[in-house]
Design a protein around this ligand. Structure first.
Ligand SMILES: [Zn+2]
Length: 311
């Protein structure tokens, strides 16, 4: 429909157009073909898990299901990893820490979850495909998390909380957890952007045309590294904030689980309820996303990961 979500961005390159169509197809698969996927729609949740596992396999990974049970029903986090092999490192030197990119694949009750979080999941798959088969210094792990949404949200049954606890128990060293959470909606309309507190509104834009980077205070060094790299390489405006974890929205995704176990983590987000009119609603459908700007977020994150790996 004219006038709605018109991108004011430079034309996409051929690589970016290919990426955009990949993102569009995967959002359509998750939110259009599969649809609402959660414990109330368990067969759909399972279909999403199969699709994600299959996508990782087709990209050349050997994905692993990290399974736990809720009232007798198996729930699966799904991971795919590229082992890091630092060039010239002595065999005895400690392995470099893991860079972890994750997104939840369940949708909230009553919603097909195109933006929340078909967008983050599609981005995770697209990034996995782009790094598959590359030689990296750090292990690079892509994880699809189950049960992020209520009633599991911020509880000990949240998929990422179970997963992060197991990482801690195994002694996994993780230097960066990047949570891709609702990253596909942009607007150029005046006052299209709101904030959890009026104070923040004084310092940040009132137009929802940017991508946000959010962390708690202990993860602010990681936040600054990521946003500096993003601004250097990405073709879309960005805003960043390291805030106390109790500020509404700051903890609202899988990075929270990693914070609980002492890992640094950040969230990449279009700010979800503070911008997106279809947040947690039956109208969060694939047609609401701005695929051009969504693509620029993902291509920017590709560069961020590439450069994070160098240190
Ligand atoms: Zn979400």
């Amino acid at each position: 429909m004219p006038g709605k979500n018109i991108s004011k961005t430079a034309p996409l390159s051929p690589d970016e157009i290919a990426l955009r169509e990949e993102l569009r197809a995967d959002v359509q698969k998750l939110a259009g073909d599969i649809g609402e996927r959660n414990m109330w729609h368990y067969a759909k949740l399972d279909a999403a898990a199969d699709f994600i596992e299959d996508s990782f396999s087709r990209a050349g990974f050997h994905p692993r299901r990290d399974t736990y049970e809720i009232r007798g029903q198996p729930c699966h986090n799904i991971e795919a990893e590229i082992p890091g092999a630092p060039r010239g490192a002595a065999v005895s030197s400690p392995p470099p820490p893991i860079i972890l990119i994750g997104a939840h694949y369940d949708s909230v009750f009553g919603s097909p979850g195109a933006n929340d979080n078909g967008s983050g999941m599609a981005a995770t798959l697209a990034l996995a495909r782009r790094f598959a088969g590359t030689q990296l210094n750090h292990p690079l792990r892509f994880v699809a998390f189950v049960n992020e949404e209520p009633p599991y949200f911020l509880s000990d049954e949240m998929g990422s909380f179970i997963y992060a606890g197991r990482c801690k128990k195994r002694g996994d060293k993780i230097s960066a957890m990047i949570s891709l959470e609702t990253i596909g909606y942009f607007s150029d309309a005046p006052h299209s952007q709101t904030y959890p507190s009026p104070g923040l509104g004084l310092f940040y834009p009132k137009v929802g045309n940017f991508i946000g980077f959010v962390s708690n205070l202990p993860s602010r060094t990681l936040l600054h590294r990521v946003i500096t790299l993003f601004r250097k390489h990405a073709k879309i405006p960005s805003e960043g904030a390291a805030l106390p974890g109790f500020v509404p929205g700051v903890s609202w995704s899988d990075q929270w689980s990693f914070w609980r176990y002492g890992y640094p983590g950040i969230m990449v987000t279009d700010t979800a309820p503070f911008r997106y009119p279809h947040y947690h609603s039956s109208t969060d459908t694939p047609d609401k996303l701005d695929y051009d700007r969504f693509t620029l977020v993902v291509s920017g994150m590709e560069k961020v990961i590439e450069h994070l790996d160098k240190f």
